[in-house]
Design a protein around this ligand. Structure first.
Ligand code: PLP
Length: 360
């Protein structure tokens, strides 16, 4: 079998390691930027009543018109812009890559950044170029980035705003420079929009090559798998051709539409997360030898004493707390862990074990 696999599976796919998602079991999950809060019982019942009326023998609305109208409102999509939906924003990244892929075509982003840009570029036979961020504060190295754009002429350039896994916002004027200089599409990936006031959404229409991507995952609907890509109709018309028919299930469409009708519930959860982010940050900053980075997202990147990241990660795991170990993922992330902001109770448990392990 190995011989057959070597013969047929593309070498760049064989060289990849699969995107690893650990089995959480009963653990406190602080590894994947999920909202820790569930729905009030009454909302849950109302939702289930709605789902009970669904005819699952029928295909869903291929255009998801009702959901799109709701998303326009909820996400502040400008009147002149169009939107298309993906099964998670990961699918939108894939659709974008499929629309522009070809021999020698380049996907560009910054490193450390969101790993799916690189992986999907590889799936689609494109070259990935990651331009390093500045080592002191993870801001854009704008001269290096502009030079790389000039040199590689990327078909597709992604900037996560705020960035994952560093949590910071890049300078808006520098992003503007990038959009102006880039020869191809620039996607500002606003997966963490609920946790910051900054956005490029209102600026759609100012540039021919700007698209904004959002997701409902981080606001509290990660299980639905729903992302949206917003921008000029002419671009989206082309990208939409790579979408598989009926990519958003009827259950996702109805559930997301229902949830967005109860936006106040999610806004309250977001406020709680923001408050907890502030509290967790100050506690972490006060711990000797630990340096958290200020975050505009629902996670905090932190540097721990040299050589201890993996041991702390494993120790936390043994004690039932799952965080993300980023040591080894990129040179700029040596000795780094990333912790999702959960409930105050979850933070307490994390901090208790973390401080005990640090002293041990
Ligand atoms: C989590 C994340 C996404 C993926 O979102 P899904 O809609 O769940 O696929 C996209 N971009 C960034 C930067 C993320 O951190």
């Amino acid at each position: 079998m190995k011989q057959l696999i070597d013969q047929w599976v593309r070498p760049e796919i064989r060289a990849l390691s699969a995107y690893h998602v650990p089995d959480p079991g009963e653990m406190i999950k602080l590894d994947a930027m999920e909202n820790p809060y569930t729905w009030p019982d009454e909302l849950r019942r109302e939702w289930l009543d709605l789902l009970a009326g669904v005819d699952v023998n029928r295909y869903p609305d291929p255009q998801a018109a009702a959901l799109k109208a709701r998303l326009r409102d909820a996400m502040g999509v400008p009147a002149g812009a169009e939107l298309i939906l993906g099964n998670g924003s990961d699918e939108l990244i894939q659709m974008l890559a499929m629309a522009v892929s070809g021999p020698g075509r380049v996907v560009m982003s910054v490193d450390p950044g969101f790993v799916m840009y690189r992986m999907i570029a590889t799936f689609c036979g494109m070259e990935y170029v990651g331009v390093p961020l500045r080592s002191d504060d993870f801001s854009l190295d704008i001269d290096a980035l502009l030079a790389a754009i000039e040199r590689h002429q990327p078909a597709l350039l992604f900037l996560a705003y705020p960035n994952n896994p560093t949590g910071n916002l890049f300078d808006a004027a520098e992003i503007e420079r990038v959009i102006e200089v880039a020869p191809g599409i620039v996607v500002v990936d606003e997966a963490y929009a609920p946790f910051t006031d900054e956005s490029f959404m209102p600026r759609l229409g100012e540039f021919d090559n700007l698209l904004v991507m959002r997701t409902v995952s981080k606001m509290g609907l990660a299980g639905l798998r729903l992302g949206l890509l917003v921008g000029p109709a002419a671009w989206l018309e082309q990208i939409d051709k790579t979408r598989l028919p009926y990519n958003i299930s009827v259950l996702s469409q109805l559930s997301a539409e229902f949830a967005l009708r109860h936006q106040a519930v999610f806004d309250a959860q977001t406020s709680a997360i923001l408050e907890e982010r502030g509290r967790l940050f100050s506690v972490l900053r006060a711990i000797d030898g630990v340096a958290p980075y200020a975050s505009q997202a629902n996670f905090i990147l932190l540097r721990v004493p040299e050589g201890r990241a993996l041991e702390l990660f494993e120790g936390l795991k043994e004690r039932g707390v799952l965080v993300k170990c980023l040591h080894g993922a990129h040179p700029l992330l040596s000795d780094c862990l990333r912790v999702t902001v959960g409930t105050p109770q979850e933070s307490e448990t994390f901090l208790e074990h973390f401080t005990a392990l640090l002293q041990g």
